[in-house]
Structure formats: structure tokens, C-alpha cells
Design a protein around this ligand. Structure first.
Ligand code: SF4
Length: 328
């Protein structure tokens, strides 16, 4: 069995809610509420869910851009959640992020050359000549030209800026890249170009990726396994094919029913969920999906279902799926 590159155990990110004259903590927004995940070397794990389900916060908490409230993040034999700040800074070379808004994440006053060189210099990589050679190579790998290195971020289109964001992540040769909605700010016509680039780079560099998106069809294009999140928890994880052919959690089924399918005979019946996503400041008891679930029973209202394997590496957090009462 392959050893995971990343293993997340019971990860929580609770943001305090301050209230009253003395600004005391009066509650918590449970953005991430006990997540277990593994990512294996060379695979792309997709994280999907509605806006506000905690998927981006999960990515940022894994990278310690946000300090975790609780849990463990094992990477390369070390628990990132408790690593001293200086050691964590060194580890960042191996853990890079591609952000949703490439423009906001690139310093507008720096040239692309300076942006890429900065990444190498922060981690003390290479001599001056080696750094120049590496950035000239990487800019071409992402489909831009050497001349582009002397320009500023505002000289580029959204798609080109995201290529620069990808180059910045790749230039330090990381072991894991977390891509947070990397194409959602781009025009649809440009999205597929950037996705295809990521797909090619994944093959060429044997990248390990965590790909966060609200869009299941985007995740299907790129990922090997997919984790579905709902209200700060993972409700289902499966191989891409198993998830699309045989989704088991009622929430996954509803999400998938909204994805257009190419072949007419595969047409799915649309499952409409009642109500909105509840507030993570006041999540429902038991299975947090129960107020919107068409199959909810009494036990669902009081007992939190565990995320348990139901066969073939598919893990589902649902009482009725685990007891075999929910039809396939
Ligand atoms: Fe629905 Fe109950 Fe399963 Fe939750 S545990 S998804 S409420 S059937």
C-alpha cells in the first residue's frame, strides 16, 4: 500500500464570533469541523461542495495560512499543525498554492521575473545563473514567452495571469500543490485552456494536487479521487468513476443531478434540495444534512454519522447508506 503524501486527521477551523460591549467570544463559525483526508503521491484529489461548505478554508488551514483549531496534518513525516513557524516556513517550498484570483495574488509593482525570482530566493534555491535559467524554462512550460518575464501582471489577461500563478507554484518544484478554485475567475473559453495545462503539467511533472472547486464538471476533468464537503465535513470520498457512476450520499446525488451529462441516455433526474445551506455558526444536530435530506429519519437528527468505507475505497457519511437501507 502506498504511503500517503498528505494525511489530514480531525482537522478543525472554528472562527470565534465576538459580541457585546466587551467583544467576548459568543460562539464559533465551524468552517471546518473534523476533516479526515489522504492524498497519495502523484494523484489529484478534488474537493467539491457548495460555496460556504469550508473547502477553501480546508486548503488554507492545511497550509497553515490559517492556524488550525484542532487536528493533525501529516506531510513528509511531520505534523504541519504543530510545526514551529520557522520550520513551517522551510516546508512551504514543498507545499505551494494556486489562488483563485491570480491578479490579487501577484504583486502589481513587480515584474514577472521578480515574482518568480522571489520564490526561488525565499527558499535559497540555486545560484543567480541557475535561477535565471529556471525561470526562463518555467515561463515557457506554462505557455508564455521569455519576453513576458519583463512585464507586469497588469499587462496580461486573466488566463495568462493564472499561467503565471501556476509558474510561481511550480518553480520551486513542490511536492504538493493546493489549487483553490483556479479557474472560477476566468472566462469559460479560457477555463479549459488552463485546465488542460494543469492536466499536461500533472503528467509531465507527476504532480500531486489538491484541487478545490465548486464545479463538479471541472473536477471530473482533472481529478483521480473526489471528496464531497458539506458544512465543514466530508460526506463522501471515492474514486472519480465510482463517484460519478454510483454516488451514495444523498447530498452527492443531488449535486451530481445538476451536472449536465453528455449522452442523452445517461440523463439523470434532477434532485432539488429544499432550503439553503445552514449557517456553520449554528449547524444542525446529528447529520448536518438532515434538514434538507429527503431520506432523513429520527436517528439522523441526533447522531453524527461517521465517514465509513462501504467498499472499493468509497467512504460515505450516512446512517442509511451504512445500514444498507438507502437504495442504490
Ligand atoms: Fe440523509 Fe440521514 Fe444519510 Fe444524513 S444520515 S444523509 S440525513 S439519510
Amino acid at each position: 500500500m502506498t504511503t500517503p503524501l498528505l494525511e489530514v486527521k480531525g482537522l478543525k477551523q472554528h472562527f470565534p464570533i465576538k459580541g457585546g460591549f466587551l467583544k467576548r467570544t459568543v460562539g464559533h463559525v465551524k468552517a471546518v469541523d473534523g476533516i479526515d483526508l489522504t492524498v497519495y503521491p502523484g494523484e489529484t484529489l478534488g474537493i467539491v461542495g457548495e460555496s460556504g461548505c469550508g473547502k477553501s478554508t480546508t486548503g488554507r488551514t492545511i497550509l497553515r495560512l490559517l492556524e488550525p483549531t484542532a487536528g493533525e496534518v501529516w506531510f513528509d513525516g511531520k505534523d504541519l499543525a504543530t510545526l514551529p513557524k520557522e520550520e513551517m516556513r522551510r516546508m512551504r517550498k514543498d507545499l505551494q498554492m494556486i489562488f483563485q484570483d491570480p491578479y490579487a495574488s501577484l504583486n502589481p509593482r513587480m515584474t514577472i521575473r521578480q515574482i518568480l525570482l522571489e520564490s526561488l530566493m525565499v527558499h535559497n534555491i540555486g545560484t543567480k545563473e541557475e535561477r535565471e535559467r529556471v525561470i526562463e524554462e518555467i515561463i515557457q512550460v506554462v505557455g508564455l514567452r521569455k519576453e513576458h518575464l519583463n512585464r507586469h501582471p497588469h499587462d496580461f489577461s486573466g488566463g495568462q495571469r493564472q499561467r503565471i500563478g501556476i509558474a510561481r507554484a511550480l518553480v520551486v518544484k513542490p511536492k504538493l500543490i493546493i489549487a483553490d478554485e483556479p479557474v472560477s475567475a476566468l472566462d469559460v473559453s479560457i477555463q479549459s485552456q488552463v485546465l488542460n495545462l494543469l492536466k499536461e503539467l500533472k503528467k509531465e511533472f507527476n504532480l500531486t494536487l489538491m484541487f478545490i472547486s465548486h464545479d463538479l464538471s471541472v473536477v471530473k476533468h482533472l481529478c483521480d479521487r473526489i471528496a464531497v464537503m458539506y458544512l465543514g465535513r466530508v460526506v463522501e470520498i471515492a474514486d472519480k468513476r465510482a463517484l460519478f457512476d454510483n454516488p451514495r450520499h444523498p447530498y452527492t446525488r443531488a449535486l451530481l443531478s445538476a451536472v449536465p451529462v453528455a449522452k442523452r441516455r445517461e440523463k439523470r433526474e434532477r434532485i432539488l434540495l429544499s432550503g439553503d445551506l445552514p449557517s456553520p455558526a449554528n449547524p444542525p444536530s446529528g447529520c448536518t444534512f438532515h434538514p434538507r435530506c429527503p431520506y432523513a429519519t429520527e436517528v439522523c437528527k441526533t447522531q453524527v454519522p461517521s465517514l465509513a468505507e462501504i467498499g472499493g475505497g468509497q467512504l460515505v457519511s450516512c446512517h442509511l447508506v451504512q445500514s444498507g437501507e438507502l437504495p442504490r
